[in-house]
Design a protein around this ligand. Structure first.
Ligand SMILES: [Zn+2]
Ligand SMILES: [Zn+2]
Ligand SMILES: [Zn+2]
Length: 327
């Protein structure tokens, strides 16, 4: 065999990087599953769950990107250099960027829910490094379990099939043991959810989907000041902020107006499903929880609105204010 000349190309990077990142990523997943496994994880368990999960997500998503093309893990693929890649000396894309490229370029299906959970996770990891973990324990637990569940399936569907046999067999064994732990965690989550469903039976008509954990666990009305999700315990200082996040996450197209019942600007018109009627588009106030059945059409802008039974001018709030301003 001839001596390699200096300046010869090294072996293609794809062959070099396939297995170690996968093994590394699965090892992180195993650690996360251990942190979350027992009933109520401590804040310390959750801290390491967040750190290791974020590390696993980065390693595993990028391993799949590299299979597509090594330059795709660069922050700016246009200026990617092969030697920098091989030396591991470059600014790489973010987790969110990696997900976008996997979807758009590699054609990998990644649902909106895991995408959102991964984004939340990345935010927590950054905050954790600067301020410590400030999110409520159950919210971290729920999100971490969702991401863990997603990543195990991702490795199984996207990475294992590309490995040569001996490595694939070894990785499949490791993954199977992580999968068993994950099933334990998710069945515990399911039990909690079932119990909560029982507890919230009587308020199902004013319980909406939480914009953080996406469970039907955000009970409207009856809040002295702050409101919180009964499943993940994310807390909002008031109904306005809870509604704002709900509106952002679910892209509800309904208008927000003043509530005739409690006078807060927290009534979302014809856009809210409740635990009692998930597919419905009710008009519900996020502050007092009132579900308004009667709607009207504004004489001026023709938008649907909820009329004030005592003081109905046939105009929605916007048009009414406009009319008042003109005089
Ligand atoms: Zn929640
Ligand atoms: Zn109200
Ligand atoms: Zn109007």
């Amino acid at each position: 065999m001839p001596e390699p000349r200096s300046g010869d190309r090294p072996a293609p990077a794809a062959q070099k990087v396939d297995f170690p990142p996968l093994q590394n990523g699965v090892d992180y997943l195993d650690s996360v599953a251990d942190q979350l496994r027992f009933g109520q994880p401590s804040p310390r368990n959750l801290k390491y769950a967040v750190l290791h999960l974020q590390a696993a997500a980065e390693v595993l998503l990028k391993a799949r990107l590299v299979q597509e093309h090594w330059s795709l893990v660069f922050k700016d693929p246009g200026s990617a250099k092969r030697d920098r890649f091989e030396a591991g000396d470059f600014d790489s894309c973010t987790t969110t960027g990696a997900i976008g490229r996997l979807r758009d370029i590699a054609g990998v299906t990644i649902g909106d829910k895991p995408t959102k959970s991964l984004a939340i996770l990345a935010k927590w990891r950054n905050r954790l490094q600067h301020y410590g973990l400030t999110a409520p324990v159950p919210a971290v637990e729920v999100t971490a379990a969702q991401v863990l569940d997603f990543l195990v399936a991702f490795v199984h569907d996207e990475l294992l099939p590309t490995l040569p046999w001996p490595e694939a067999a070894a990785a499949a064994d490791d993954l199977e043991s992580v999968g068993m732990k994950v099933r334990g965690i998710t069945s515990y989550m399911a039990t909690r959810l079932k119990r909560l469903g029982e507890e919230l039976k009587d308020v199902a008509d004013r319980t909406v989907r939480c914009p953080v954990c996406e469970e039907w666990a955000l009970v409207l009305g009856g809040h002295a000041i702050a409101m919180d999700c009964r499943f993940c315990h994310t807390t909002w200082p008031d109904a306005v902020q809870a509604l704002e996040q709900y509106h952002n996450v679910y892209l509800a197209n309904g208008n927000i107006q003043e509530c005739p019942e409690c006078t807060q600007d927290t009534l979302l018109v014809e856009a809210v499903g409740t635990a009692a009627a998930p597919e419905a588009s009710h008009s519900v106030c996020f502050c007092c929880g009132t579900d308004f059945a009667v709607t009207a059409r504004c004489d001026d802008c023709h938008n649907t609105f909820i009329p004030n039974p005592i003081d109905d001018h046939g105009l929605c709030g916007n048009c009414l204010n406009g009319a008042v301003d003109r005089f």
